[in-house]
Design a protein around this ligand. Structure first.
Ligand code: UDX
Length: 480
């Protein structure tokens, strides 16, 4: 089939590349000239495991091209994907200006070119319920000639960053929302090769498909947040959230995934989608109370390590001057360079504002972090610099924070890390280490929702803030 993909962000670029890999003819469109030039020159604009091979093959075999000209892509296309940004507006609702702007442009082009034939227009972005109807109205507003036929389909995307290619090529399900049998047939044909293993293509109306995407993300965000609250409570009663996770995850009604407690969810989807669904409900006169709690708890969760860090390292005024804090991980999760809503950034802002010297390392997300802090500068008297490796970041630090569970952070040479740190203090925001292993390695250790074995707790003296000179004599209790 001939496919146009409008918008070359994560979803558009991954989708376009994967459709080309399946043998379709794909043209990707973007208004960003620099981005299109980069892609035309065979260079990827995002990091996504496995994408490069398909991308290079698509270009080499001429099945994948890039342009800034919507008309060029639209004319031959059977299916047109709208993979445009839907950022949260001030009030938390999804901002549809890009989606509706492109729909309007498509309407103009179709009205002027009635001979271009039938098109299926697909909302791929996560858009509020009712958007398919608004896109249809925006296209029709151009008074299309009687020969022009098109349908608008909602086809939400469930791919995870870092596993996007795998998720796209082998989706657990494909959701197609349309009331047009002709569009349903076209979409079925397009997706059939992706579900050879027998996974379902689920057909429904447009509004239900739109709601399905929000319901999935909101439920997953709720699941994580619920576990984070269980972890917070475990901390208080001396229970271990890891045991609880295994205990409940074996219940098939609950399932083992997305039960990992940590310093909160981030990314471009969960925060934005939960907020948008909450907003939609409110507009309909319904207060979706769980979602409001999820958002509030998650904001607090990102700062859950701040009080223990201050308790151990800050002076009486809550200042961290003279303290060096290492941060391992900047991306909102492993295997991506995406730092949107990343918990690590919230922590860095907090420490820098209190005068700390922060030294950060991430295998992929240093450049994106630099760009973010260039746009939205850090406030305060502290500093942030980037290290070339995890070890270099930890060297000389008074505390090490693990903010993202990159695999390479899981099995470092702990002896080397401890020796190089000024104070062997580890705050594990993603529970990547075993508490007992950290005790043995000689660290003072704290994680999320798991008891710290006695021998690993800070010396009794240290429950009060450490004076700078006390750092050199900072000790770990021998016996507990
Ligand atoms: C998510 C959805 O999974 C995907 O279906 C949708 O299309 C887009 O949003 P993504 O944002 O890429 O994908 O990341 P995901 O892997 O779902 O993780 C989201 C956040 O939750 C991350 O910050 C992650 O660290 C956190 N998380 C995940 C937890 O804290 N605990 C868990 O158990 C799982």
């Amino acid at each position: 089939m001939n496919i146009a993909v409008i918008g070359t962000g994560y979803v558009g670029l991954v989708g376009g590349t994967c459709f080309a890999e399946m043998g379709n003819q794909v043209t990707c469109v973007d208004i960003d000239v620099d981005k299109v030039t980069t892609l035309q020159n065979g260079r990827l604009t995002i990091y996504e495991p496995g994408l490069e091979v398909f991308f290079e093959r698509g270009i080499r075999e001429n099945r994948l091209t890039f342009t800034t000209d919507l008309a060029d892509a639209l004319e031959p296309a059977d299916v047109v994907f709208l993979a445009l940004p839907t950022p949260p507006a001030e009030d938390g609702s999804a901002d549809l200006q890009y989606v509706l702007g492109v729909a309007d442009h498509i309407g103009q082009l179709l009205a002027a070119n009635p001979h271009w034939g039938y098109k299926v227009l697909v909302d791929k972005s996560t858009v509020p319920v009712g958007t398919a109807a608004r896109v249809t109205a925006a296209v029709e507003a151009h008074g299309l000639a009687s020969g022009v036929h098109f349908d608008v389909v909602s086809n939400p995307e469930f791919l995870r960053e870092g596993a996007a290619v795998e998720d796209f090529m082998k989706p657990e399900r494909v959701v197609i929302g349309t009331s047009s049998p002709r569009a349903a047939e076209t979409m079925h044909r397009l997706y059939q090769p992706f579900v050879r293993s027998g996974n379902p293509i689920i057909l429904m109306d447009e509004a239900s498909a739109e709601m399905t995407k929000y319901a999935a993300n909101a439920l997953l965000a709720t699941k994580i947040t619920f576990m984070n609250e269980i972890a917070n409570l475990c901390d208080r009663v001396g229970a271990d959230v890891d045991h609880v996770r295994r205990g409940i995850g074996t219940d098939s009604r609950i399932g083992p995934k997305f039960l990992y407690a940590g310093i909160g969810f981030g990314g471009s989807c969960f925060p934005k989608d939960v907020q948008a669904l909450h907003r939609t409900a409110r507009e309909e006169g319904y207060e979706f109370r769980i979602l409001k709690s999820v958002l509030d708890v998650n904001e607090d969760q990102k700062k859950t390590l701040v009080p223990p860090v201050l308790d151990t390292l800050a002076d009486a005024r809550g200042r961290l001057d003279g303290r060096r804090i290492a941060v391992w991980g900047l991306a909102f999760k492993p295997h991506t360079d995406d730092v949107r809503e990343a918990p690590a950034h919230v922590l860095i802002r907090e420490f820098v504002s209190r005068g700390a010297e922060v030294v950060a390392f991430d295998p992929e997300a240093i450049e994106t972090t630099r760009a973010t802090f260039a746009r939205e500068p850090l406030a305060g008297t502290g500093t942030l610099r980037y290290a070339e490796s995890a070890y270099a970041a930890a060297s000389g630090a008074d505390a090490l924070i693990v903010a993202t569970e990159w695999p390479e952070f899981r099995r470092p040479d702990l002896g080397r890390v401890r020796e190089s740190m000024r104070t062997p203090l580890v705050f594990d925001g993603r529970n990547v280490f075993e508490p007992a292993q950290m005790v043995e390695a000689g660290f003072a250790y704290r994680s999320i929702g798991r008891p710290t074995p006695e021998a690993c707790t800070l010396d009794a003296e240290t429950s009060a803030p450490l004076a700078p000179e006390a750092l050199s004599s900072f000790t770990i209790s021998e016996t507990g």
